[in-house]
Design a protein around this ligand. Sequence first.
Ligand SMILES: [Zn+2]
Length: 130
Amino acid sequence: MAEKSEPPTTGISSFSLAMIFITVILSTIALFLGLSTYESQDLSAVPYMLIGFIGLAISAYMLLQFRRKPLRAAFEMPKVITTILCQKCGFKNIRDFESGDYIFKETESCPKCSEKMMIAAIYREVKEKK
Ligand SMILES: [Zn+2]
């Protein structure tokens, strides 16, 4: 199967989601164990409750991190630029890459001489730090 040109999912993966899910479940179990032991005035309830609270806090923190990540990754995605050149008058048009673009593909008419324009280059824009 050919790979699609989808952006790499650096953010949330099903594996990390499963890990968070398991942590939440284990923490909840630990909390319930702690609470039920606490009713019988047993001091051994304290570590259970601690583990439960810490586990829940960690999974909440991880979820927050994952929710933030895809947004940031989208901003850091390198932009792909398509340069369209008119063979007749040399008019140059630069626009974002669209799927189906390839070099030497005929595109829209030239706004200057209404000759068919051709894609001259497709490249990745070098990001400049502001
Ligand atoms: Zn032209």
